[in-house]
Design a protein around this ligand. Structure first.
Ligand SMILES: *Cc1c(COP(=O)(O)O)cnc(C)c1O
Length: 361
């Protein structure tokens, strides 16, 4: 006969908990901050790693009618989950080899160069599209010279379905950077040529630069997913993603003991630690070893190196913690956690791996 173990009811697998109501609340917050401008949802990279199939419909229910993805494959998936209706713009341009797929899923390419515009006319003139102008980030979009040429020969747009003119800010997370106002002035000039066509400049951080930057449509990504758009103490958005990972073992360490690979952390006093079922294979960056987790609501600093499947934490603040208890990562600490690893909040989110059990609240 078996004795029932107190361990019998423990699920030892880590979970990525994604709060759909916080996502919807963040959409509403950004909508309020931008007055009469429309708010698009940037759902590229599988909604920054959190799951576009689950989250694009949440944004749609919150009122979002314009979506941005990076490439055609992402667009196909988002179209399948949303159904017909919303505009889905594909940022990485128009490629003739993808023309049939774009048409079949009614995706709108973002046209980034004169070559793309010419190809659009040849291969898929019926597609709605955006024109992307480079005003200072030197990444994608019509250069200054190409923009002047286009204005001198506007017939190149005749008969095509231009739906949006857009540009992208390079330094929106640094409000005092002079490039912001330069890009704003360049974009204003460009948009004045296209009367009646909606215009879009701001990403999440651009929204916080103020009304001048909002135009007709803003394009937040990170802010929707709970990442602070700009450095600084104030973030208007709620956390969306949290990791709950169980403790596998609690250990009592003595001064002189070391923790983890490379013995990088040496204990200088009697210390209770917990070994947690989470590691860099799940996307927690190895460099995040100076970050803080939470156990029973108390801060629990990471100690030693992050391993592939395990992380050690100092549980001095919650000495009652036991195997099976849940330790939380990210959540309201997302930005600080990423910063501790020398990473951007974006990078941490998109790297969250496929090993988690994903739970959508
Ligand atoms: C990724 C991206 C966005 C969203 O940026 P966030 O900083 O995540 O708000 C907006 N526009 C373009 C062109 C992008 O590539």
């Amino acid at each position: 006969m078996k004795n029932t173990s107190s361990r019998a009811s423990i699920d030892p697998s880590p979970r990525l908990v994604i709060d759909r109501s916080s996502l919807a609340a963040n959409y509403d917050t950004l909508n309020r901050l931008t007055g009469s401008s429309d708010v698009a949802g940037v759902v590229k990279a599988n909604s920054y790693g959190l799951g576009a199939d689950a989250l694009a419909p949440v944004l749609h229910s919150a009122g979002c009618r314009t979506f941005f993805v990076a490439n055609c494959a992402e667009g196909e998936r988002v179209r399948t989950s949303l159904g017909p209706g919303p505009d889905i713009f594909v940022l990485n341009g128009f490629w003739p080899s993808e023309s049939e797929r774009l048409s079949a899923h009614t995706l709108c390419p973002v046209i980034n160069s004169p070559d793309e515009l010419a190809d659009l006319r040849t291969y898929a003139p019926e597609l709605g599209f955006a024109l992307h102008f480079d005003t200072g980030i030197s990444r994608l979009g019509f250069s200054t010279g190409q923009t002047s040429d286009l204005f001198a020969d506007a017939a190149r747009l005749e008969g095509l379905s231009l739906k949006l003119v857009m540009s992208h800010l390079a330094c929106a997370d640094t409000p005092e950077h002079p490039l912001n106002t330069q890009q704003l002035h360049r974009f204003r000039r460009i948009r004045s040529v296209f009367s009646g066509i909606p215009a879009s400049l701001a990403n999440s951080a651009g929204i916080l630069l103020g009304e001048d930057y909002h135009f007709d449509l803003v394009r937040p990504g990170i802010g929707l997913y709970g990442g602070a758009p700009s450095a600084g103490p104030f973030s208007p958005v709620l956390p969306v993603a949290r990791i709950d990972a169980p403790i596998l073992q609690v250990r009592e360490l003595e001064p002189g003991d070391t923790v983890g690979y490379g013995a990088e952390f040496t204990v200088d006093r009697p210390l209770r630690t917990a070994t947690v079922n989470l590691g860099y294979a799940d996307g927690v960056l190895r460099a995040c070893h100076r970050a803080t987790a939470r156990i029973h609501g108390k801060p629990a600093p990471l100690i030693g190196r992050v391993s592939m499947d395990l992380i050690a934490i100092d549980i001095s603040a919650a000495p009652q913690a036991r195997a099976g208890d849940s330790v939380s990562f990210l959540g309201e600490d997302l930005d600080a956690f990423a910063a501790a690893g020398g990473a951007a909040n974006y990078e941490l989110l998109v790297r969250l791996g496929s090993r988690f059990q994903r739970v959508y609240l």
